[in-house]
Design a protein around this ligand. Structure first.
Ligand code: FAD
Ligand code: PHB
Length: 409
């Protein structure tokens, strides 16, 4: 089959002097949720794509990250054909709680904002996307080394990589940079071609996963004098808990007993149940950062997901933003191939950034209100007053609920 835009075969392979040359329409770098979802949406639209991933599939599945999905994200996953298990196993939450000064205050998401969120792990989404890609014969190259972007500034970009000692080169129309914060795509663009906005927070999150029934019905975000804590879950039999920690801390300094004792003191006696006996199955420390790059398009290269922006996890927005970027990019590529309409590609960056900055604001606001910051007494009073106002004002709660469940796509 031929590609209408380029006139070249959509997909072909030639081998010359030990170098394999292939052609596809879109090369996607990164098989995290952003890359896999884009691959799936393009596959369903009949657009040929190859995904290049530096790690193995098992490694990608072993990374424990997000847990809360906005309704808009759930809708896109259904549209991509990966909604079945999500509908069966995802847990609908109509509210969240905020702990402060020994009391818990409920924010009634559904009642105030008309929508709920769904608890379903990023690992499960990744697994569903990997399975459907394998069933549809979509090509994913795992353990692709030395991925390099070539000629992305002109109309005939190429991407090269090494696998098992052989160099491969792929000619394509577009490159989708879905390779996360530390990936090669953004790093390939000269820094004078974009503006980066960044805030690094003076603490991290230590997360613990354990097989135990959660003693809470809804997520609890706690601001305590000892630091932030979050009580979350993955299923009716698996908890995911976090405590604010020092950036100098190492995981091996945190035994399970130390974690649960700290968590108990921050989240409150009433919420901990029997958890102190639960053995961890994963523990990791994540730094907290806000980051945005502008623009998201450079010639034939488009950035999406964590490659383009990072939010601190307090607002549960990172994965959701990756999904909205990918959805906009999918629509723009579809219109390019089907209608020869370039406008959505031209507007990609502006369309994404409008949504990204609002999620950045909300994530920064949640982080600011819920953590202990080193700093002055005035800032501390401001934080206390902001929370008191939130608990007293239905308008403030509505604003929080509207952002937490997700602004429209
Ligand atoms: P990634 O998941 O980082 O995937 C990028 C992929 O690219 C990786 O597989 C990587 O191996 C690959 N790659 C990198 N470099 C190369 C290269 N050179 N060549 C080839 N491949 C490469 N978000 C939410 O929405 N809700 C939450 O509740 C939430 N909780 C979180 C909790 C924690 C503790 C953390 C750390 C994050 C959380 N997030 C949350 C954020 C969310 O996990 C990320 O935003 C999401 O993973 C972004 O997906 P992505 O595909 O853009 O990037
Ligand atoms: C999680 O369950 O991992 C989780 C939930 C909510 C957040 C961040 C992480 O805000």
């Amino acid at each position: 089959m031929h590609d209408r835009a380029s006139g070249l075969p959509r997909s072909s392979t030639t081998s010359e002097r030990g170098l394999t040359r292939t052609r596809t329409q879109v090369v996607i770098v990164g098989a995290g949720p952003a890359g896999l979802l884009l691959g799936q949406l393009l596959l369903r639209a009949g657009i040929d794509a190859v995904i290049l991933e530096r790690r193995s599939a098992e490694y990608v599945l072993g990374r424990i990250r997000a847990g809360v999905l906005e309704q808009g994200t759930v809708d896109v996953l259904h549209q991509a054909g990966v909604g079945a298990r999500l509908s069966r196993e995802g847990l609908v939450h109509e509210g969240v709680e905020i702990g402060f000064r020994g009391r818990r205050h409920r924010i009634a998401l559904k009642e105030l904002a008309g929508k709920s969120v769904m608890v379903y792990g990023q690992t499960e989404i990744t697994r569903d996307l990997m399975d459907i890609r394998a069933a549809g014969n979509g090509k994913t190259v795992y353990q692709a080394d030395e991925v390099a972007l070539l000629d992305w500034q002109n109309a005939s970009p190429r991407v090269s990589y090494r696998k098992d000692g052989v160099t491969h080169e792929i000619d394509c129309d577009f490159i989708a940079g879905c390779d996360g914060f530390h990936g090669v795509c953004r790093a390939s663009v000269p820094s004078d071609r974009y503006q980066a906005f960044e805030r690094i927070y003076p603490f991290g999150w230590l997360g613990l996963l354990a097989d135990a029934p959660p003693p809470w019905n809804e997520l609890i975000y706690a601001n305590s004098e000892r630091g932030f804590a979050l009580a979350s879950l993955r299923s009716p039999t698996r908890v995911r808990c976090y405590v604010q920690c020092s950036l100098e801390d190492r995981v091996d300094q945190w035994s399970d007993a130390r974690f649960w004792e700290e968590f108990r003191q921050r989240i409150g006696e009433g919420a901990i149940g029997d958890l102190a006996r639960a053995a961890s199955i994963e523990k990791s420390i994540a730094p907290l950062r806000s980051f945005v790059v502008e623009p998201l398009r450079f010639g034939r290269l488009f950035l999406a997901g964590d490659a383009a922006h990072i939010v601190p996890p307090t607002g549960a927005k990172g994965l959701n933003l990756a999904v909205s970027d990918v959805f906009y990019l999918y629509e723009a590529l579809r219109d390019h191939y089907r209608e020869r309409d370039e406008r959505p590609l031209d507007h990609y960056s502006t369309r994404c950034l409008r949504r990204i900055w609002k999620a950045e604001r909300f994530s920064w606001w949640m982080t600011r209100q819920l953590h202990q910051f080193p700093g002055d007494a005035f800032s501390k009073r401001m934080q206390e007053t902001e929370l008191e106002y939130l608990f007293e004002s239905r308008a403030a709660q509505t604003s929080m609920a509207e952002n937490y469940v997700g602004l429209p796509l």
